[in-house]
Design a protein around this ligand. Structure first.
Ligand SMILES: N[C@@H](CCC(=O)N[C@@H](CS)C(=O)NCC(=O)O)C(=O)O
Length: 222
């Protein structure tokens, strides 16, 4: 059994979708980010960074894992799926996973902050992050030209990138002209495990990309 500490955000969905795809048993603990539950002392013992997601593997001596990319690798290795075992196949998946962790995630996160959440609108910051997101989406589109998935077979690299990229409109970025990317978004959205994992946890704290989301995000960003 895996304990999953999460919230209704892209980094959280990365793990619930991975768990659903792998068919691993898990228990959901939804943290209210708007109440800063992720900064509670008990939780910092699991994730010293005070953010979601994190897991505790109860079948492995209560082993805690934080950082969504590290959690995905841990789960894929535990189940023996969604991450190839040969050195080059594994490296390809990890490259596109790191592209999400170091590029798509932080840049879309900042685009959301300046475009949606910042009480003060700073055009330079909004344009800087939206332009960089669009550039990264063009990189993905190029990779998907002639490739169904980012790194060979469907993998944790696709899940990680999909969870963020599917929120392009919330970041105020267009995917016009990125037809390979659009098809890949639709292909992954059609997977039953993705649909199940995307609903975890129910959007009770931060809402569904609406005024409640803005209000909740402003509380933990303050
Ligand atoms: N690099 C971390 C980022 C985690 C992260 O930023 N989580 C956000 C939600 S998507 C969070 O917990 N925010 C609450 C806060 O900043 O206090 C990961 O990939 O796990």
């Amino acid at each position: 059994m895996i304990d999953l500490y999460t919230a209704e955000t892209p980094n959280g969905w990365k793990i619930s979708i991975t768990l659903e795809e792998l068919g691993l048993a898990y228990r959901v603990h939804a943290l209210a980010l708007s109440k800063n539950e992720q900064k509670a002392e008990w939780y910092l013992k699991i994730n010293p960074n005070g953010r979601i997601p994190a897991i505790v593997d109860r079948d492995a001596g209560d082993f805690p894992v934080f950082e969504s990319g590290a959690i995905m690798i841990y789960l894929a290795e535990k189940a023996g799926r969604l991450l190839p075992q040969d050195t080059q196949g594994r490296s390809r998946v990890i490259q596109w996973l790191m592209f999400q962790m170091g590029g798509i995630g932080p840049m879309m996160g900042q685009a959301n902050v300046f475009f949606r959440y910042a009480p003060e609108k700073i055009p330079y910051a909004i344009e800087r992050y939206q332009r960089e997101v669009r550039r990264l989406l063009e990189v993905l589109n190029g990779r998907l030209d002639g490739n169904e998935y980012l790194a060979g077979d469907y993998s944790i690299a696709d899940i990680a990138n999909w969870c963020w990229v599917s929120g392009y409109a919330w970041a105020g970025v267009s995917i016009d002209g990125l037809d390979h990317l659009r098809r890949w978004l639709d292909r992954i959205a059609a997977r039953p495990a993705v649909q199940r994992g995307r609903k975890v946890p129910p959007p009770t704290d931060l809402g569904t990309g609406d005024a409640k989301t803005v209000e909740g995000a402003r509380k933990f960003l303050a």
